[in-house]
Design a protein around this ligand. Structure first.
Ligand SMILES: NC(=O)c1ccc[n+]([C@@H]2O[C@H](COP(=O)([O-])OP(=O)(O)OC[C@H]3O[C@@H](n4cnc5c(N)ncnc54)[C@H](OP(=O)(O)O)[C@@H]3O)[C@@H](O)[C@H]2O)c1
Length: 266
């Protein structure tokens, strides 16, 4: 029952998509700080490479950059081949890379729809599918492999912005999590999702010109999400402590969803 044992990710091998910044970097950092080896990927190779060097040095750990574009099955195949050339098995897959697109309802474009759906939904399924051989090799009843999908509270509640496919994509991620969990639990691969609320990142920052004051004032705990909030949850879901939690979507939002409908003014 010691924390070092039940929450350990030591010597685990993790893949974090979109690990070059934002929430993916926060989750990768939590693993690296606690003795895991972490593969990160993103499209911009120079930024991904520099981030892997920075995180390796900061945590005295192994963070490896394998840049790729996961919006197509071709890109996913190439990324999985790169990981396969370096590892015989992986313990944890975090499907975090995601995109958002906002346009007024009358002008919403097919391009915006497809960009969001391809990365947020299609790539979550095919990344999981293509990594199954490596996940299967580490999976056992005593120590199951893990898949963590990053959804969003916008897939549970109604979003503030006109991001129609984004909400649909994240609701899809949450339900796909249950369906994949039901199938893969038979092979000792546990699938869960995290539904973050507001975390400072390029994605959210772009929507509010990097001024988070309005978001903070509306949040029940009056702050943005921190690296340890989402990193701690990822560690729980990746460790012994989380090995009886299957098919869940866990919010990490300061109480936004559970407080919705409640008047927060004092
Ligand atoms: N921040 C929030 O408040 C919030 C709230 C709820 C849910 N989320 C979810 O959390 C996840 C991370 O979001 P974030 O806010 O951290 O976003 P972000 O700062 O924009 O980071 C996105 C990451 O994904 C990578 N990426 C984007 N397109 C890619 C592609 N086609 N192939 C491979 N990598 C790609 C980006 O690198 P490149 O641009 O170099 O490819 C980057 O590393 C997303 O799924 C998002 O929907 C975020």
């Amino acid at each position: 029952m010691k924390i070092d044992e039940i929450f350990s990710v030591k010597n685990k091998v993790a893949v974090v998509t979109g690990g070059s910044r934002g929430i993916g970097e926060m989750i990768a950092s939590a693993y690296l700080a606690n003795g895991a080896r972490v593969y990160i990927t993103s499209r911009k190779a120079d930024i991904c490479d520099a981030k892997a060097i920075e995180l390796s040095e900061r945590y005295d750990a192994q963070c490896i950059s394998l840049p790729s574009d996961l919006s197509s099955v071709e890109g996913i195949d190439s990324f999985v081949r790169d990981v396969e050339s370096l590892e015989e098995s992986i313990d944890i897959l975090v499907n975090n890379a995601g995109a958002a697109w906002a346009e007024p309802i009358d002008k919403f474009t097919e391009r915006g729809w497809d960009k969001v759906m391809d990365l947020n939904v299609k790539s979550v399924f095919f990344s999981t599918q293509k990594f199954l051989p490596l996940l299967r090799k580490s999976a056992s009843q005593d120590d199951p492999a893990r898949v963590i999908n990053i959804g969003s509270i916008d897939g549970i509640g109604t979003p503030v912005f006109e991001t129609y496919p984004y909400s649909a994509s994240k609701a899809s991620v949450h339900h796909m999590t249950r369906v994949l969990a039901a199938r893969l639990v038979k092979e000792n691969i546990l699938v869960n999702a995290i539904a973050p609320g507001p975390f400072p990142s390029d994605m959210l920052g772009a929507a509010v010109e990097h001024n988070y004051e309005g978001i903070i004032s509306r949040n029940p705990v009056h702050r943005m999400g921190r690296a340890e909030d989402v990193g701690g949850l990822a560690i729980y879901l990746s460790s012994k402590a989380g090995s009886y939690t299957v098919g869940e979507t866990i919010t990490c939002d300061g109480g936004t969803i559970s407080s919705s409908g409640h008047d927060l003014s004092e």
